[in-house]
Design a protein around this ligand. Structure first.
Ligand code: GUN
Ligand code: FE
Length: 416
C-alpha cells in the first residue's frame, strides 16, 4: 500500500551535509521508501497523506552501544574508574537479571523509553542470562525497536556476574536457538578481553564463523584496562590483536570506546572494517578520556555513536550527539583536531549506522523508513524566524520526549 508523509524533511545523506526539503513528501510502499520529493508526482495524487504541518521529519537515531541491564543504575555510581566501577556497581546490578520478572519490568520500560526518545535501531548488550536476554529481545520487538542484542559472555574476573566456561558456551547456543524474532537479531558479545578466557574467546570465534554472526565488544577504553589486557596476552602487541587472534576482529565488528586507540590500532580498524562506537558521556563520566574521533574519521574508520547506558547517563541520542560535539571541542583544545559540527555529529548518530545495518545514509529509495517527527513549537521563542537548518540544530540540542510527535521504525508507525 502506498502512503505519504508530509512535513519539513531533513536528513544527512552525506557526512557533514544536511539536505532540507521544506514541506516535502516522503512516499512509502509498505513502509519502504519509494522517493523523497519537493513536489508530489501526479501518480501519487490519490494516495493518503499524513501531514505533519510545520514539524520536522528527521531520520531517527541508532544507539550502537548500550547495556540494557545497567538501566537500573542510570545516573548513579560514576565516581570510579572503569575496572573498579565494574566490580563495585555493575556486576552486582547485572546479577539481578537472573530474575525473569525483574528483567521483564526493566526491559519493558527501557524499550518504551528508547522509542519515545526517537531511537529505533540498537546494538545492545544484555547480561549473561539467557532467559533475560530473550525477554529483552521480546520487549524490544514489542515496542518496535529493531537491531541486535547480545547475551554477554563473561567467564573470568567478573564477580557475582561470572559464568563458567562450559556454561557460557552452552547457554550461548541455547540463546541462539531461542532467537526467533522478526526485527531483533543476535550478535555475539564477549564482554571484553579481561572478562573472557582464551578458551571462551576461541569458541566464540568458531561460533561466529560457523553461523555467520556479527560481534560486539569493548576496546581501549581506559589505561588500567589496556595494561591488564597486555598482562593477559603478552603475545599481542596491542589490545585489538586479542580479538583478532580468535577470529572476532572482522568486517562489521563493533568496538565500543577506542579512547586510547593509537594510529596502529586505528589503521587495523580501518583495514578490517571494524567500527568504533563513540560513547562520549561515558568516557567523561568514568574519567576514561576523550576519543580521537576526527583522527579516526580521517583514517577511514567507520564511526557510530552509543549512549553506553549506564556508564553514559543520557539515553536520548540527541543528547549523545551533542555530548560528542562537546567532547570533540575538548579534544580540539588538546590536539587542534577540528571539532565535530552539528551535521557531522548527527550523521554519526543517525546516518552512519544505516550502513552498518546494510542500508544507505539518509532517506533513500529501497530502504525501510526510520523516522522521528519533531515539534519544536514549544521551544523558547526565537528572536526571528529560523531557517530549517537552524531549527534542526536547535532541536538536536534541546528536544526531549515532549517534542516527539511520532516515530516510525522499520516502516511501521510505533509512536503517535
Ligand atoms: N567494559 C567491559 N564492560 C563494560 C561496561 O559494562 N561498561 C563500559 N563502559 N565498559 C565496559
Ligand atoms: Fe559499554
Amino acid at each position: 500500500m502506498t502512503t505519504i508523509l508530509r512535513g519539513n524533511i531533513i536528513h544527512a545523506p552525506v557526512f557533514g551535509k544536511l539536505e532540507a526539503v521544506p514541506r516535502g513528501f516522503l512516499v512509502l510502499e509498505d513502509g519502504i521508501i519509494r522517493g523523497l520529493y519537493a513536489e508530489l508526482p501526479p501518480e501519487y495524487a490519490a494516495c493518503p497523506v499524513t501531514d505533519y504541518g510545520n514539524r520536522l521529519i528527521l531520520k531517527s537515531f541508532a544507539d550502537l552501544h548500550l547495556h540494557a541491564p545497567q538501566y537500573p543504575m542510570l545516573g548513579m555510581g560514576m565516581d570510579l574508574p572503569l575496572l573498579d566501577w565494574l566490580h563495585t556497581y555493575t556486576f552486582n546490578t547485572e546479577a539481578r537479571f537472573a530474575d525473569a520478572a525483574y528483567a521483564r519490568r526493566v526491559y519493558r520500560q527501557l524499550a518504551h523509553d528508547l522509542i519515545t526518545s526517537g531511537t529505533t535501531r540498537v546494538a545492545m548488550f544484555s547480561s549473561r542470562h539467557t532467559d533475560a536476554t530473550l525477554i529483552l529481545m521480546e520487549e524490544l520487538e514489542r515496542a518496535g525497536v529493531t537491531g541486535y542484542v547480545g547475551k554477554v559472555n563473561m567467564d573470568r574476573d567478573s564477580g557475582v556476574a561470572q559464568e563458567g566456561t562450559e556454561e557460557s558456551i552452552r547457554e550461548t547456543l541455547r540463546w541462539l536457538d531461542g532467537c526467533r524474532f522478526a526485527h531483533v537479531k543476535p550478535i555475539l558479545t564477549p564482554r571484553f578481553t579481561p572478562s573472557c578466557s582464551d578458551e571462551l574467546m576461541a569458541e566464540l570465534g568458531r561460533i561466529a564463523k560457523e553461523r555467520g554472526l556479527l560481534v560486539q565488544s569493548h576496546l581501549s577504553e581506559n589505561p588500567g584496562e589496556v595494561a591488564l589486557v597486555k598482562d593477559l596476552h603478552p603475545d599481542c602487541a596491542q589490545y585489538w590483536e586479542t580479538y583478532d587472534k580468535y577470529g572476532l576482529w572482522k568486517p562489521g565488528t563493533l568496538m565500543a570506546h577506542c579512547v586510547h586507540s593509537d594510529q596502529r590500532e586505528q589503521e587495523a580498524m580501518a583495514a578490517s572494517g571494524v567500527w568504533a562506537v563513540h560513547c562520549a558521556a561515558s568516557n567523561v563520566n568514568l574519567c576514561s578520556g576523550t576519543a580521537p574521533i576526527r583522527e579516526m574519521l580521517d583514517r577511514g574508520v567507520h564511526v557510530a555513536l552509543g549512549s553506553d547506558i549506564a556508564g553514559g547517563d543520557q539515553l536520548a541520542m540527541n543528547k549523545v550527539v551533542t555530548m560528542s560535539i562537546r567532547a570533540s571541542k575538548i579534544k580540539q583544545l588538546e590536539t587542534g583536531a577540528p571539532f565535530l559540527t552539528v551535521p557531522e555529529a548527527y550523521y554519526l548518530g543517525a546516518s552512519a549506522p544505516q550502513e552498518w545495518f546494510g542500508e544507505r545514509p539518509g532517506f533513500q529509495p529501497g530502504d525501510s523508513l526510520h523516522a522521528v517527527v519533531v515539534d519544536d513549537g514549544g521551544l523558547p521563542e526565537p528572536v526571528r524566524e529560523l531557517s530549517l537548518s537552524e531549527r534542526f540544530e536547535r532541536s538536536i540540542y534541546l528536544m526531549d520526549k515532549s517534542c516527539i510527535t511520532a516515530v516510525y521504525s522499520g516502516g511501521r508507525k510505533v509512536l503517535g
